[in-house]
Design a protein around this ligand. Structure first.
Ligand SMILES: Nc1nc2c(ncn2[C@@H]2O[C@H](COP(=O)(O)OP(=O)(O)OP(=O)(O)O)[C@@H](O)[C@H]2O)c(=O)[nH]1
Ligand SMILES: [Mg+2]
Length: 201
């Protein structure tokens, strides 16, 4: 995958602020501080296209990026961060759900999990919800560089079990080492290719 361009388009909270749905779109979702924004930077080979921070709760709005004039990447705010005020945490769901339900150009959601952490009810809920909405998930386990190889293998099994999938379905990634870059692009390309004419609704 050759990255020719990546531009920030806009930040939005409400559907009327979303850019025109004129490109196949991929959104990136996951808990606060899991590494969503870093993962997008890594995917598009840029250091600072998307703002990242070691303080959870950096991304608070829905941010749209145009990649290669061929895709839209959407950085979603993180969920589940206990120190974000309760009112704001409650705001996350409606904002994200409005985006996820109403977005006709959305082709896939990259669900990002931390290799060191067993997924909880938020992740299970998000996945169940994507399934109900017929939005294919891409399951990415990031921060792979934070664990040794053997600890990683053990965690992958625990994570898979917690969300009820086969460990093979998990894509291991690291924004630090770029591990998984090719595999993730491949998954994204497969899900954003238009289906053959006769399969279109
Ligand atoms: N070692 C390592 N650190 C990472 C990786 N990905 C992200 N980080 C670090 O994790 C912290 C959070 O990264 P972000 O990309 O801002 O996370 P986010 O999910 O966008 O966070 P919010 O916007 O707050 O929800 C930053 O300090 C990153 O440098 C990774 O693959 N490996
Ligand atoms: Mg972020």
């Amino acid at each position: 995958m050759l990255i020719k361009s990546a531009q920030f388009l806009t930040s939005a909270a409400r559907p009327e602020q979303f850019p025109a749905p004129d490109l196949p779109e991929v959104a990136f979702a996951g808990r606060s501080n899991v590494g969503k924004s870093s993962l997008i930077n890594t995917l598009v080979n840029r250091k600072k296209l998307v703002l990242t921070s070691s303080t959870p709760g950096k991304t608070r709005l829905i941010n749209f990026f145009r990649v290669n004039d061929a895709f839209m990447f959407v950085d979603l705010p993180g969920y589940g961060y206990a120190k974000v005020p309760h009112v704001e945490r409650r705001g996350w769901r409606p904002m994200i759900e409005r985006y996820l339900t109403g977005r006709e150009s959305l082709k896939a959601v990259v669900v990002i999990l931390d290799v060191r952490r067993t997924p909880g009810p938020e992740e299970v809920q998000l996945l169940a919800w994507l399934e109900e909405s017929d939005i294919p998930p891409v399951l990415v386990v990031t921060k792979a560089d934070k664990l040794s190889k053997s600890a990683r293998a053990k965690q992958l099994n625990l994570i898979a079990e917690a969300i009820g999938v086969d460990p093979e379905e998990l894509l291991l990634f690291s924004s630090k080492t770029r591990h998984g870059w090719d595999a993730l692009w491949k998954a994204i390309l497969e899900l954003t290719q238009p289906p053959p004419e006769d399969e279109r609704a």
